[in-house]
Design a protein around this ligand. Sequence first.
Ligand code: FEO
Length: 504
Amino acid sequence: MNKEINRRTFLKGLAGSAAGVAAMNMMGGVATAKAETAAPAFEGKKQFAGAANVRKITDDLYYIGVNDRRIELFENVYPVPRGVSYNSYLLLDEKTVLFDTVDRTAIGPFFENLEFALGGRKLDYLIVNHMEPDHSSAIAQVVARYPEVTVLCTELAVSMMKQFHEIDINKHGYAVKEGMELNAGRHKLVFTMAPMVHWPEVMMTYDATDKILFSADAFGTFGALDGNLFADEVNFETEWLADARRYYTNIVGKYGPQVVSVLDKASGLDIATVCPLHGPVWRENIGWFIDKYVKWATYTPEETAVLVVYGSVYGGTENAAGILASQLSAAGMRNVKVLDVSKTHVSELIAESFRCSHIVFASMTYNMGIFTPMKNFLLDLQAHNLQNRGYALIENGSWAPAAGKQMKDILDTMPGMTQIGSTVTVRSTPNDENAEQLAALANEIVTVIAGTPMPLTEAAPVAAAPVTKWRCTVCGYVYEGETMPEDYKCPLCGVGPDKFEPVV
Ligand code: FEO
């Protein structure tokens, strides 16, 4: 069935629909029905010259997002050669409901899409699942263009809205809490908090009628949509997974416990469709993608694989890394990847580290320490909370090799990181003795892998550490401190310390 729509059929379809409004209510007593008032000044008039680019997801849900292929660096950090999509959705029920907006670079086509999809109806609700500007930059303009709109977001998003847009939420909407519902007519929308996936104010919205989860950044990916809106319309595993992994691990990778908390909540929902804020919409094989998320969020390797990352100036360390890779292959290892730390963007190194079960770090000594790009990579890995990997070390130094110990010092701060074998020390270029050491190290790595059933999280012992973080079992908020104050109340959902559990 062709689910795409064009202007004529869309408007024809709307002609018979009721623009009348059923009573709205917010269970939980926060929001009450808004009286019908005069239509916005522009209603029924076309404001934009451009044609819309809208796709139908279900009978009354429309994709009105925008692709950005001009962007070079997402968040001014991550290269996105395939661009990125800013996803936004419009539900046309008895009430019209907009789910999130777009980045400021996409505001023009976004309003073309919104106006077209509304087909002359007014906008009743804007649900802000995430306040990061790549999704919230059009909020002020939405409020200006549709002054009757009611904005719904989390408590924390209220203050952020003032910071980014100087919007007074008290005039335009409400803060919602966990489990509150919005009746849009046929659809019942339920709000669930998702702090730190990826910012603290994040929530998700579940359409309990059509079993659709509006998942904010979760289940998103880098990459513009090439017309194929649904993940089942592309070969996601070969064409998208690497970008999805790079997106998740770099953007949300640090917040594994919070993602686990949200996945736990989502496991209680019957989900037929997932509508993320970036990348394809999921309506088939969702479990396959959720399984990836479970692995990433629990720092469990996706694959039994060895990643060899080297930092080399004159080629000696590069040669040592190459010898090790060859010896790994000779010893039977089939899933080996070698990357130059100086030429590979660190976001790809982070993603590959989440994918692989074992990592070899090979660095020459520079300024009496670790080669700068390698040090930056290690610190980024540490910042992204990577855990539970076997690792091996190669250092090089023409007169005072020092990189090995310093790399180990960083890696040993990360839970569940276990060194395999001894550090191989090269002096300028690998000699015959080094070649033997590298062959022995390759054999040790392969032996450990052969005796280590996946996942490594079950195999690698993690030293008991003092508790410094506590997670709210209701909403996932994380409190930092060695003990929970007796009178503490979760700033997101309001529960007391008895509802918090230690993060280990
Ligand atoms: Fe796509 Fe956290 O913004």
